[in-house]
Design a protein around this ligand. Sequence first.
Ligand code: ACM
Length: 681
Amino acid sequence: MKLKKILIVGLSILLINKITVAQNNSAELNLMPVPYEVELADGQFRLDNTFCVGINNNDERIFKAALRMINILSGRTGICMERQFPDTTKVYKTWQMVISINRKGNLNADEDESYSLDVDENGISLKAETNIGAIRGLATLTQLIRADENGYYIPAVKIKDEPRFKWRGLLVDVCRHFIPVDVIKRNLDAMAAVKMNVLHWHLTEDQGFRIESKTFPKLHQLGSDGLYYTHEEIKDIVAYAADRGIRVMPEFDLPGHATGWLVGYPELASAPGPYSIERNWGIFSPTFDPTNEETYKFLDAFFKEMSELFPDKYWHIGGDENNGKQWNANQQIQDFMKKNNLPDNHALQNYFNIRLGKILAKYNKTMVGWYTDKQPDLGKDYVVQSWKGRSSLYESAKNGYRCLLSHGFYIDLVQSREYHYMNDPIPQDTILSDEVRDRILGGEATMWAEYVGAETIDSRIWPRTAAIAERLWSPGSVNNVDDMFRRLDIVSMQLEDYGLTHIKNYDMMLRRLANSYDITVLKNFVDVIQPIFTYDRKKYRRPKSFHPLTKVADAARPDPRVAREFDQRVSSLSVKDVNNEEIISSVTKMLDLWKNNHAQLQKLIKESPVLNEIETLSKDLSVCADIGLQAIDYMKKKLQPEQSWIDAQMEILKKAETPRGETELAITKSIKKLIEMTKKS
Ligand code: ACM
């Protein structure tokens, strides 16, 4: 095998060079996350119906993972493999792919996930210390499949790979809206496809208590509207995740965000009940009473029950957004604080957390929490999840705590792929000491569920979370945004293999909105709008948990692709060549489409009143597109417009940026760029 690029391992080669080569090579391979080290070679392994995968070891987890990979390859290529099942009989001569592992992996935060993958004309070798590392390698192999006129193949390659961060998580809030088992499962598949390794399961909230408790059945019976996971379902999901090398960390949010618990057990609250399931979004007052010994007896028994369902060492206690109102208003609690020298609510919450820590220690659990404010006595075993800002991440790490970054990974806020991608827990120019850096375990994307349900959650998680997965797995120097966009498009489509609905539900939702099979006109419009920044939604309507998630804002995508493509073309025009015929023509074509779309969409809106709320936004798209066309006309004629024309158009664009139907146009900034360019005509 002739190597195109040979890496000479030696003192003269710096690590950074290796990584650069890995990035360049991976650009050709379309892998996401980019592996640590890649050598591309000439040649290919051709895939045909004789493909046979052998495993050197009777390991069930790797057997199942290899079987899933064979199914994906078979499904994508249409090849009916004669050997659909991996072979563990050690009849090596028939094997074209060999998976060798040394030992079973343990599902803990320190497990070895490294692997090496060698592909040449004769076969494929995947080697790993643990079956978890081998699962990561199978994810890579699944992304490597290519096609040419002769059929399907895997390019010859040598990959050595390992994660940069040991904790690469996705939080799924199943409380604000319940998320069914099959949706969780397909998202676990997608997580494994991009090498994520922790499902952080947010199970309790003001709006719902989502897990069966046999010890305290009123928790799920009264706190969930009947929407909860049974013990059997929990065990099923934990096992499903484990099969994919994914740990499951439950979160039982305390002492605030607690209405769901207190509906059934109001006697544990800091103010008299009764309580009912919360139907609004926000921060609410129902809070556990930390001065009541019954609280700790209850939580001890509950944690015991739950610890038998969740084998993971880590356990999230929540700890966020306790507004303290019930504590302030309760004289008995105030007296307790005085007597115990607890000067403020922080001190009282700290007291509560310490008590929780002691209970959890009995069940061999390590506490993780959102509680970042002050942790003087929590013990250095406590893991801080930083969500309010990066400063709390670094402060906690400097104070000796291990930490996770979620600030900047709040995917519910519908921010751009680029924003999340560049959110590095340890940026390249960091001045943190090695010791402090080592305490930063990784990060988690957070899928809070105020504005998602089973039908839309995939489209809010994917594909953006794949960019986050790369940030947490690949070397920090892998940060070429354009290349990330290119690969993300490819990976996004591959994720559909796992049953994800992030692409296919779009058309379905548009059909329902249009009440028609013909969605062309509606799609032209929704392709270039986006849901507004999530925290702004409450400005436009009082959020309610039963508000339908079927509207234009739900169908619209965060960081829409078509708008980005348009912006890329406009930007390339501004930096490269204002007279580039091809780009001018493609930009003009898009603008013409949008300019003329409104008249047709108006007809549809008349028949589909659910679309009324975006009628004026659609009109504004047409107006903005017309401004873009005028700007191009100036450029083509090499004329500079009067400043008064520029000012007037900018004013119109500013008005067009007003949200409608909790969505906004995603192309106005590109039109502004076109106007700016006319100044140089
Ligand atoms: C949080 O976003 N309240 C942790």
